[in-house]
Ligand binder design. Structure first.
Ligand code: GLU
Length: 258
């Protein structure tokens, strides 16, 4: 199976912005094991800004562009250093790919990206993708890694996109506010009702939220790829996912009606 896994800042870092070492080790272990089992794995990882905030000991996420970009420049190093270190323990080689919206819009650069990804996967390398936050200004930014992960999944022809979040999936209401909220296990059509469940943004360190996840779902399901939102607290859930067991919320790809 060709699998794109997107992991959010809230999964990788504690609320302080510092690395959640146990979580990250577990995630890398499971992804290494899935690769050993023969799956092709691509990781889209957030956390550059969040980790930069932690490393620079800032009291909160900067609100200005230069501040965010500076934090990302520091945090991206820490992020890749940590991935490289942990994946190496399991004998896997990682590659860093940083993209802007401009790279994906430009036909030639997009093609180059696809060719590089293809070659990296043939070399058994595990590509780790993030937005190139240090140069991405408003006009050329993708803006959030859920959307980026959706675009990546389509570009590499993935079978499945998994978004590891700080929530178990899509609920009928906000479970943080409404105790009667129920998890929606399957979504076959992203209609207005589903979109209305999107709401705003999630954690204070990350960028995304349910709205950007639904946008990613729209991108991939239109192009024949399923998507799952599940809780990144338990990276072992990825084993169940590749075995086809019900986990979180699954958005089914649109099937052509013959
Ligand atoms: N690219 C940002 C980072 O690495 C995160 C964007 C997002 O969380 O959606 O910090």
């Amino acid at each position: 199976m060709k699998l794109v896994v997107k992991v959010g800042t809230s999964t990788l870092a504690h609320a302080s912005g510092r690395l959640n070492i146990r979580r990250m080790e577990l995630l890398c272990k499971v992804l290494s094991d899935l690769k050993n089992a023969g799956h092709e794995v691509i990781l889209v990882s957030s956390g550059a800004i969040g980790m930069g905030v932690g490393k620079l000991k800032l009291s909160s996420r900067p609100s200005d562009t230069a501040g965010k970009q500076a934090a990302a420049a520091v945090g991206q190093c820490e992020l890749m250093y940590t991935y490289d270190k942990i994946f190496s323990e399991y004998d896997h080689t990682v590659a860093q790919i940083l993209l802007t919206a401009e790279d994906l819009r430009n036909e030639m650069r997009h093609k180059n990206f696809e060719n590089t990804m293809d070659r990296l996967l043939k070399m058994q390398v595990l590509p780790i993708i993030n937005e190139n936050d240090t140069v991405a200004t408003e006009e050329i930014e993708i803006g959030d890694n859920d959307t980026l992960a959706g675009i990546v999944a389509v570009s590499v022809g993935a079978d499945l996109l998994v978004l590891l979040s700080d929530i178990d999936g899509l609920y009928t209401a906000d479970p943080r506010k409404d105790e009667n909220a129920k998890l929606i296990e399957s979504v076959y059509e992203i209609d207005e009702h589903i979109i209305s469940l999107g709401g705003g943004k999630g954690s204070s360190l990350g960028t995304g939220g349910m709205a950007t996840k639904l946008r990613a779902a729209e991108i991939v399901t239109e192009r024949g790829c399923d998507m799952i939102i599940t809780n990144g607290e338990h990276p072992e859930a990825l084993y169940d996912i590749v075995e086809g067991k019900q986990t979180g919320t699954r958005f089914y790809a649109k099937k052509e009606i013959k």
